[in-house]
Each structure stands twice: as C-alpha cells, then as structure tokens.
Design a protein around this ligand. Structure first.
Ligand SMILES: C[S@@+](CC[C@H](N)C(=O)[O-])C[C@H]1O[C@@H](n2cnc3c(N)ncnc32)[C@H](O)[C@@H]1O
Length: 264
C-alpha cells in the first residue's frame, strides 16, 4: 500500500507514544543537563526549549531548579502539564521567541531540538532569542547531532533502518531513510509507519540542520557567546552513555555534539 503523506508528526502528536519509542527510564538526559549546569555554576532559573514530553524539565525541577519548558507542539505541552508537572509549560517557537517578564540563568535544548533551525536566519533568530532571555553570564546547554560526523561517513545513510515496537497492544514498525541535502545543509529524514491495527501506512518527513563545530563556534561568537565545551561525548545519547563523574570530551568527531556556551 502506498503510504499516505502526513504533515502531522506521529510522535510529537502522541507524546505517550514518543516516550514509549524513546524511553529514558534513568533520566540520563536530565541528569546530564543538571551535571552541566552544576559544573559551569549556573543559577537556578532554567528554560528547556523543545521540552517535548517534559521529562527533562521535570527532572531539573526535581533537582531544585525553577524550570520553564517551551515547545511548539500543543499535544506535548498538554501531556507535560499532566505527566511531568512542576515546571511551567509555555507555547513558543524556538526559532524566534520572547517570554516577557521572564529571565533565565540557563537555556537547555536537548535531543537535536536546536537543529529545527534549518536556515541561517532561523539560527540567528534562535540565538538572539536565547540571548534576550538570559541573564548576563547565562548558559546555553545543547545536545544534538553532529554535522561533522557525516564528512566521509555514510553508515547512517546507506540503508533504511527498520524499528519495531509494541505500544498499547498495537505493533508499530518504522522504516527510516536518511539523506544529506548538501545545498540546504540538512539531514533529511523520511519515515514510513505501519501498524497492525488496520490503519493505512503513513509517511512523514522532517529534517535537521547539519551544523559543523567551527560554524557553531563562529555563529555563537557572533551572538556574544563564549564556548566552554564542544565535544562528542560522553553524553546521554552516546555509546557508551554518560555517567555521573564523566568529564566532558575534547573532540567533536562522533555523531552527537554537546555544547556549553556562556553569554558574555
Ligand atoms: C526530538 S524532540 C525532543 C524532546 C525533548 N527535548 C527530549 O529530549 O525528550 C523535539 C521537540 O522539539 C519540538 N519542536 C520542533 N520544532 C520546534 C520549534 N520550532 N520550536 C519549539 N519546539 C519545537 C517538538 O515538538 C518536540 O517536542
């Protein structure tokens, strides 16, 4: 059956399904973010941009921080308010936002949410917005794919990846194909979902900006940020995964980037 192309996002429109597909039972991402905030001496007020289901925001809240989570998806925000209560949850587009009356000591942006800034204008909009939201000396902590990984490597591009899982009695299968759009400097993803509940297959497309380490340093400096750490791990989504006590790495070669930058 030819898949129906959907502009919806099966995962971000179904937050419980998102958590089932990408479980983080040990709250590694939240713990890693908290470790960065402590290591670099952040104050308590944190904005989690692209907060998704709210599980990382709630972890930071539980660690004693005053947390605001922001996301574009109303479904994610509604889920977060119920399932991961504690933080304040707001609707915002990370590519350009103002949160009047609020100031933060740190902005965290996890699991490649920053890479939804596809164009240079969107990246500038993101950094200008983050800068406006931060107190002097505030931190930006981000964790995302590393564009440099794709220089000379095709292992993630060569063949579709098939993943199956069962959720609430329905068996789902996703077939994911990644390709590099060199002109737009985007990693494009096509994902076809099938389910054994009689629903028709659905095709969804999305993309991440491919950002390179030196490009990131340059654009951050242009917006008044000093890079304190930029490395490929260990982090919450690396293999092996980060553990408390692990020191930040010093190279940016593997498929994830971990960034800590301070606003001058
Ligand atoms: C891969 S999820 C990451 C969620 C969460 N940070 C985590 O690590 O579990 C990406 C999130 O970014 C959100 N998002 C996508 N584009 C956005 C935008 N322009 N502004 C704000 N949030 C956005 C999606 O709705 C989704 O919740």
């Amino acid at each position: 059956m030819t898949p129906r192309t959907s502009t919806e996002n099966l995962l971000t429109d179904n937050p419980a399904l998102y958590e089932a597909r990408f479980p983080d039972p040990e709250r590694l991402a939240g713990r890693w973010a908290e470790d960065c905030l402590r290591r670099y001496g952040s104050g308590p007020r944190v904005l989690d941009l692209g907060c998704g289901t709210g599980r990382d925001a709630a972890h930071l809240h539980g660690a004693g921080r005053t947390v605001t989570g922001a996301d574009l998806s109303e479904a994610m925000l509604a889920y977060a308010r119920v399932q991961h209560a504690g933080p304040e949850y707001l609707h915002a587009d990370l590519r350009r936002f103002t949160l009047p009356g609020r100031e933060f000591d740190a902005v965290v942006c996890l699991d490649s949410a920053l890479l939804y800034c596809h164009t240079n204008g969107e990246l500038d909009g993101f950094l200008a917005s983050v800068r406006r939201s931060l107190a002097p000396g505030g931190l930006l902590v981000a964790e995302m794919r590393n564009g440099a990984f794709f220089l000379g490597r095709t292992e993630l591009l060569d063949a579709p990846r098939v993943n199956g899982f069962t959720w609430q009695g329905v068996a789902y299968e996703s077939t994911t194909t990644l390709s590099v759009d060199r002109t737009a400097q985007l990693l494009r993803r096509t994902r076809v979902w099938t389910a054994d509940d009689g629903s028709e297959p659905v095709e969804q497309r999305s993309a991440w900006r491919l950002l390179f380490p030196q490009e990131l340093r340059h654009v951050l400096a242009g917006h008044g940020f000093e890079v304190l750490a930029l490395h490929d791990g260990p982090g919450p989504r690396t293999e092996p995964a980060w553990r408390e006590g692990d020191a930040p790495g010093s190279v940016a070669d593997a498929d994830r980037t971990h960034l800590v930058a301070r606003l001058n």
